[in-house]
Design a protein around this ligand. Structure first.
Ligand code: CP
Ligand code: NVA
Length: 308
């Protein structure tokens, strides 16, 4: 199987077999890295990293990942290239492909990452857009698989906003045969087209995708409870309305008690403590959020080593 030259704009860009291949590669690279073996699989290769929004995890894991693979990463801050303002997105893509072997982009509009992918002949990776965060899902699947030893048949509860992270997880869960129950306030459900696509994938994998408004019902019996901030980057003007709408969607000890006793709690981070998740849960024994953050590194090293 080869993924060389492929874009990763959506979680739907990888088939179920390819998702498993990336995860298997990540497990191998992680094990080797812990043993002090860091093969220079990307020696001489360079990744340009475009950021329209802030980042801790995505920037550090991509930059460290490239370095550990023997390559190099260039951080381009929002003010550096002023994507679409100083220069059009296609023009940026056509320049970058002359110098670097891959582009990672964190954008506001999903269309911007798609445009980069359409106009650059080097692989383009979505490092979060307003619609998806597929690299997060790869790290999440790795974390869940490490804990439970498998993915198929597990039950994931998403509680909170039906946002970019939720969208990629819906597609990813469906591909690996996990059941996913999403609970959001009525106005903040995930995009119907993504839910429909996840259900289409799930129907062949034999898993269920449910979308509703009852956080307790979603959490009941779950193996994984996942939440994310109520106010995503770029939505700051909606903050007051969202805080009111989400008051019943906090991941706290009472909600976690609905889940299976072996359940783990995930959060892509950054967390807004006391809003979508309590300190008690975030810092508690069921929380895997820091393993999850670490696994961004291993999952993305696998992805980079396979596509660049
Ligand atoms: N989870 C995640 O993508 O974190 P950053 O926004 O810090 O990159
Ligand atoms: N949904 C969040 C995720 C941050 C990693 C956002 O888009 O801001």
């Amino acid at each position: 199987m080869t993924l060389r030259g492929r874009d990763f704009v959506s979680m739907d860009d990888l088939s179920p077999e390819e998702v498993r291949f990336v995860l298997d590669t990540a497990v191998d690279l992680k094990r080797r890295s812990k043993a002090g073996d860091r093969p220079p699989l990307l020696a001489g290769r360079v990744l340009a990293m475009i950021f329209e929004k802030p980042s801790l995890r995505t920037r550090v894991t991509f930059e460290t990942g490239m370095w550990e693979l023997g390559g190099h990463a260039i951080y381009l801050a929002p003010q550096d290239i002023q994507l679409g303002a100083r220069e059009s997105v296609p023009d940026v893509a056509r320049n970058l492909e002359r110098w670097v072997q891959g582009i990672m982009a964190r954008t506001f509009a999903h269309r911007t990452v798609q445009l980069l992918a359409e106009h650059a002949r080097v692989p383009v990776i979505n490092g979060l857009s307003d619609v998806e965060h597929p690299c997060q899902t790869l790290g999440d699947l790795l974390t869940i698989r490490e804990r439970f030893g498998h993915l198929d048949g597990l039950r994931v509860a998403w509680v909170g906003d039906g946002n970019n992270v939720c969208h990629s997880l819906l597609l990813g869960a469906a591909k690996v045969g996990m059941h996913m129950a999403v609970a959001t306030p009525p106005r903040y459900a995930p995009e119907p087209a993504i839910v429909a696509r996840a259900r289409e994938i799930a129907s062949t994998a034999g898993s269920r995708i449910e979308v509703g408004t009852d956080a307790r019902a979603a959490a009941r019996g779950a193996d994984v409870i996942y939440t994310d901030v109520w106010v995503s980057m770029g939505q700051e003007a909606e903050r007051d309305a969202k805080i009111k709408a989400f008051s019943e969607f906090q991941v706290n000890a009472a909600l976690v008690s609905q889940a299976a006793s072996r359940a783990v709690v995930l959060h892509c981070l950054p967390a807004h403590r006391g809003e979508e998740i309590t300190d008690e849960v975030l810092d508690g024994p069921q929380s895997l959020v820091l393993d999850q953050a670490e696994n961004r590194l291993h999952a993305q090293k696998a992805l980079l080593s396979l596509i660049l």
